[in-house]
Design a protein around this ligand. Structure first.
Ligand code: URA
Length: 433
């Protein structure tokens, strides 16, 4: 088999066999296929796409390039969730303790973020002392004891994905449904859960800006998972405005705590109950989504989901004082207010623009090793559909310098568009597959 022939066949739109895909992935990892050939192949995949069978073979090859986590000691129904990433998405921080409080063990590997805000691991690292780096033994041991752990991936998981992603990042080949789906699903399969709930975001602040593309990505990931004997579900949710009311790292932990105490914003609570509810239904623990949501809601109401979060933070060495006094998580020297210059209804609150304002405050990173700030962020006092009077507080900015705060305010002002007539807030849950 020769790589040049495989590039040629993909370039002309042919399908690869499983054997050919294994040859490519193994060759990229052992160095027998040079980066220039791998890059040419990635570009051909971008243009020609892949069938479900090809994407599934690619996923398996990437998953098997490293260790596969065995979660069988935790039980027979292990749920994992994945979000394709959006502005203000802190659902993992809520869903893990929520499901754990409901008696479902969750062993969640998460990552640091690239882009406007940090990933789940960055958010947890806003809690002083919180250890995100656990050995596999510590990770599984903790789940056995308290049902919940969130850690950064250690060990040798999906090395082929790291290699592929690094190449995609510098060859403009990130943006391919087949490559994104295989990258995400290989990590989910290596992480060992047998029930996978996917939240595919759609809108201005998401990877997939159109509903059509979001649906295609969701469908591809579901098909890949099914071919690997996983119980799959995907939900397409709106990312035209940020999720919840805050964007940042520590401030998102604050909002997660509020939600776990049943005092969080409605959209965030609804999404967590919906995604968790699907997990319960798929695990055979509830008859339908309404019953599952009602059941999970009780753990927010009675405080046990919050207690579980507290327990997890204690277990992982985090300073409980920051959980009991969570405003400490976003204490900055400077705060700026954005006030409405007119009256009306919020018609638009562009997620990407809000994200850019937060990024300017230091909440995200461009490169893996960039430093981020944990305490800065944005609080959105008004969201789409809200009535606004001239002079009302639209948003508050928490900044570490006057210059950053003022610049962020200028950007944030552009995110808001007011209309004279009443506006209906967008549907959060668009479709389920
Ligand atoms: N997230 C991933 O894990 N992989 C991609 O390719 C894109 C987003």
């Amino acid at each position: 088999m020769k790589m040049v022939d495989l590039i040629n066949s993909k370039r002309s739109g042919a399908s690869h066999s499983e054997e050919e895909i294994n040859f490519i992935i193994n060759g990229m990892l052992n160095g027998s296929i040079p980066d220039y050939q791998a890059s040419a192949w990635l570009m051909s995949v971008c243009f020609r796409g892949m069938s479900f069978d090809e994407s599934s073979a690619l996923t398996q090859a990437i998953a098997k390039s490293g260790d596969l986590l065995d979660l069988s000691s935790l039980g027979s129904c292990i749920i994992d969730k994945h979000s394709t990433g959006g502005v203000g998405d802190k659902t993992t921080l809520i869903m893990v303790p929520l499901l754990a409080a409901a008696g479902i063990p969750i062993a969640k590997f998460s990552g640091k973020g690239l882009g406007f805000t940090g990933g789940t691991i960055d958010k947890l690292e806003a809690i002083p002392g919180f250890r995100t780096s656990l050995t596999i033994e510590e990770f599984l041991g903790q789940v056995k004891e308290i049902n919940a752990a969130i850690a950064s991936q250690t060990g040798n998981f999906t090395p082929a994905d790291k290699k592929l992603y690094a190449l995609r990042d510098v060859t403009a080949t990130v943006d391919s449904i087949a490559l994104i789906a295989s990258s995400v699903m290989s990590k989910k399969i290596a992480a060992g859960a047998n029930i996978i709930v996917l939240d595919v975001k759609c809108g201005s602040g998401a990877f997939m800006q159109s509903l059509e593309k979001a649906r295609e990505l969701a469908q591809t990931m579901v098909e890949i998972g099914k071919r690997s004997d996983r119980i799959m579900s995907a939900v397409i949710t709106s990312m035209d405005q940020p999720l919840g009311n805050v964007i940042g790292n520590g401030i998102e932990v604050f909002e997660s705590i509020q939600t776990l105490k049943n005092r969080g914003p409605d959209d965030l609570k609804e999404l967590c109950l919906y995604l968790g509810g699907i997990g319960l239904v798929k695990a055979g623990k509830a008859k339908n989504i309404d019953e599952a949501k009602k059941h999970l809601g009780k753990f927010l109401e009675n405080g046990s989901a919050y207690q579980k979060f507290l327990e997890m933070v204690k277990y992982q060495g985090g300073d409980i004082d920051y959980i009991e006094n969570p405003q400490k998580l976003y204490t900055t020297e400077f705060a700026f207010e954005l006030k409405a210059e007119g009256s009306g209804y919020v018609e638009k609150l562009d997620a990407l623009t809000v994200a850019n304002a937060a990024k300017l405050l230091g909440t995200g990173r461009d490169k893996k090793d960039d430093l981020i700030s944990y305490n800065t962020g944005v609080f959105l006092n008004k969201k789409i559909g809200d009535k606004v009077y001239k002079g009302d507080l639209l948003a508050k900015i928490y900044a570490n310098s006057i210059e950053d705060g003022k610049k962020a305010r200028v950007i944030l002002a552009k995110a808001y568009v007011l209309a004279k007539n009443q506006v209906k807030p967008p549907e959060l849950i668009i479709d389920a597959i």
